[in-house]
Design a protein around this ligand. Structure first.
Ligand SMILES: *Cc1c(COP(=O)(O)O)cnc(C)c1O
Length: 322
């Protein structure tokens, strides 16, 4: 059984560890105009250091390693943003980091990982292949594997975002968040619901490769084909041996739903209209609100989870203005 009290304590402890190491991202009130006119609140984690909320989980997980583990170094597999975040916190702590990615990860994300001084390995053509290679490497080298989502320290780190939302807006009624492996949604929902049982949390994924959505529908983790999408950060499976996030997402989220590539592109444009640069994965929640896939409550908060979009792609999407 899910113990929300225990999660609340873990997330509170994570918040103390993150103090001064992450950037505050206060809620912003924005009014959407097209295609739907309404006021909402956004949580702009696209402005977080390293360009996504992933810094939270990576910082918490690295803080919890022993001195002996840090001495050896850390390994992960990532769709890009977790790798960059882990590379960043590892560099700050003078810990060696090896990041495994698939050939689907966009070039801008690779160069950010390299710029942090991490060792970058391109392994296979899917997130799952990169994950297998990373786990083998960790087993061979004895280095600590820090997963992108299915790990209590990572989940608790991402959950800190939920407490920040309630600090800014104690009566938040609905929070809409991007969903892939579910570390973000699980931590966020645990944080919110441990304080306010009545708050609704909805997870949003792209239609093209929605592994968690399909797994919830099936009642167990299932594989979906990984294909190119604007929401590249949401690609990859949830792991056949998923231990934490599947059950948490199933039990804590009020709904999960899907958005199309066109809807994601429209949301990227709307976000740019109110001054936020968001990547596809960071825009799926906004897309669900804009295209009326969710019954809104007042007040509604939409998490903009990341901003690491390739600049040329961003310009192209803005130029397509509908
Ligand atoms: C990783 C990521 C997500 C999804 O997070 P999960 O914990 O895998 O569900 C959403 N948005 C962005 C920008 C991400 O990098």
């Amino acid at each position: 059984m899910l113990n929300l009290d225990a999660w609340r304590k873990d997330i509170e402890a994570a918040r103390e560890r993150l103090q001064g190491r992450i950037r505050p991202t206060p809620l912003r009130r924005v009014t959407l105009s097209s295609p739907r006119a309404l006021p909402i609140w956004i949580k702009p984690e696209n402005r977080q250091i390293t360009g996504s909320f992933k810094l939270r989980g990576a910082t918490n997980a690295l803080s919890l390693l022993s001195a002996a583990e840090r001495e050896k170094g850390v390994v992960t597999a990532s769709a890009g943003n977790h790798g960059r975040a882990l590379a960043h916190v590892a560099a700050e702590a003078h810990v060696r980091a090896s990041i495994f990615v698939s050939s689907l990860v966009p070039e801008n994300k690779l160069s950010h990982i390299r710029a942090e001084g991490a060792e970058l390995h391109i392994a296979g053509s899917s997130q799952d292949a990169a994950e297998r290679a990373a786990r083998e490497f960790a087993a061979e080298t004895g280095q600590a594997f820090i997963p992108a989502f299915d790990n209590p320290a990572v989940i608790a780190g991402q959950g800190t975002l939920g407490f920040e939302i309630l600090d800014d807006l104690p009566d938040a009624a609905l929070v809409v968040v991007a969903l892939s492996g579910g570390g973000l949604a699980a931590g966020l929902a645990a944080a919110l619901k441990s304080r306010r049982a009545d708050i609704r949390v909805v997870g949003v994924t792209m239609e093209r490769g929605a592994a968690m959505h399909a797994s919830i529908a099936a009642g167990h983790p299932v594989e979906v084909e990984e294909v190119a999408t604007l929401a590249d950060a949401l690609g990859g499976g949830i792991g056949a041996d998923n231990r934490y996030t599947f059950a948490m997402v199933r039990d804590l989220l009020d709904d999960t739903l899907l958005v199309s590539e066109n809807e994601i592109a429209a949301a990227i444009r709307v976000a740019a209209g109110f001054g936020e640069t968001v990547e596809g994965a960071g825009a799926v929640g906004l897309a669900a609100v804009l295209f009326e896939k969710i019954s809104l409550r007042d007040p509604t908060v939409v998490v903009l989870s990341g901003g690491n979009i390739d600049p040329a792609l961003h310009r192209r999407i803005l130029a397509e203005a509908a």
